[in-house]
Design a protein around this ligand. Structure first.
Ligand SMILES: Nc1ncnc2c1ncn2[C@@H]1O[C@H](COP(=O)(O)OP(=O)(O)OP(=O)(O)O)[C@@H](O)[C@H]1O
Length: 308
């Protein structure tokens, strides 16, 4: 459904996309994962025909997307990371406005708009003003608007960002339904565990290159030993971090509040030695365990995020 070959894009001297290759087949929900500035939005904007590539090819449902902007627009629905909605409109008016842009008017258009509102779980809010809606509802309305011309490929830039957990679950259910109804979905996010739950496939992008791609199972099993140790610090955090950093088997350490995620190449015995040296050093921790293999642990291992 989507094939990207050797896509390259520079902003001035900065190489944002570096010969990026990517393939997504029909009905896949493909998670596009990468650290800030990796090139996700740039890739999506090129695929949506919003910015030009320097070189490379993009084929969408058989169309040469970089050469047929008009045809491309029929094939895709694009939801940007920052979206605008017209506050002084009601939900149904907003939908009908977008339908009219695609030449759809009258009773038929209204029925279709109501069906889309139903799909994004906003049917009972059809008469609500957009500015009275929550962020999650506005985001779903924006998704519904991307569907008015019945595109085959949805390109969604960070659709879960800024949503509370409940709103994310609703969004996830909607994406699964869209996929089961035949849509192919490319979705970017930083929220890795969420992506793993909803996506059938994923690709990890770093510095404008795809460093890994495949089904979620393939990706997580490809690096079985990528399981990090997760430990929670209660007191003397600096000592704990110092001991971990000095251990020869420490590969990478990420710290978020009082939780340390640690890529550790040692075996169980070396793990036990690390634990006892933390405690002997005076570090106070409340848990220390190997995480299940996950997309997130893999991401930590293969991207080069700054150590915190
Ligand atoms: N119009 C622009 N002019 C100059 N540099 C740009 C422009 N757009 C993007 N960049 C740079 O290109 C790189 C890739 O940006 P991009 O927005 O594609 O990354 P991203 O993976 O979507 O990141 P994020 O998750 O933070 O949105 C970044 O370093 C960014 O600063």
């Amino acid at each position: 459904m989507l094939t990207i070959n050797k896509l390259t894009k520079k902003f001035g001297k900065f190489l944002a996309l570096d010969n990026l290759d990517l393939t997504i087949r029909e009905q896949e929900i493909y998670g596009f994962v990468g650290p800030n500035g990796a090139g996700k939005t740039t890739t999506m904007k090129i695929c949506a025909g919003l910015i030009k590539a320097d070189s490379g090819e993009v084929f969408i449902d058989g169309i040469d997307a970089l050469k047929n902007n008009k045809e491309l627009k029929k094939k895709i629905g694009y939801m940007p990371d920052f979206f605008g909605v017209y506050d002084n409109l009601k939900a149904i008016e907003y939908m009908e406005f977008y339908a009219s842009i695609y030449g759809l008017n009258g009773k038929e258009a209204k029925t279709m708009c109501m069906e889309l509102l139903e799909l994004v779980q906003l049917a009972e809010h059809y008469d609500d003003y957009v500015d009275s809606m929550s962020r999650g509802m506005k985001q779903r309305l924006c998704l519904a608007r991307c569907l008015v011309h019945n595109p085959k490929l949805l390109i969604l830039d960070e659709p879960a960002s800024g949503l509370d957990p409940r709103a994310r679950v609703v969004m996830k259910d909607i994406l699964k339904r869209l996929s089961s109804e035949g849509k192919t979905i490319l979705i970017s996010s930083h929220i890795l565990p969420e992506l793993a739950q909803v996506c059938t496939h994923a690709g990890i992008i770093e510095s404008g290159r795809l460093v890994m791609s495949g089904s979620i199972e393939e990706i997580t099993s490809a690096r079985g030993n990528a399981r990090p140790i997760v430990l929670k610090m209660v007191d003397n955090q600096e000592i704990t971090i110092q001991v971990i950093k000095e251990n020869p088997y420490t590969r990478k350490i990420t710290i978020l509040d009082n939780t340390v995620t640690l890529l550790f190449s040692g075996n169980e015995e070396q793990e036990a030695t690390l634990l006892s040296s933390i405690i002997q050093g005076g570090g106070v921790i409340s848990s220390f365990s190997r995480e299940e293999s996950s997309l997130e642990s893999l991401f930590l291992q293969i991207t080069h995020e700054e150590e915190k």
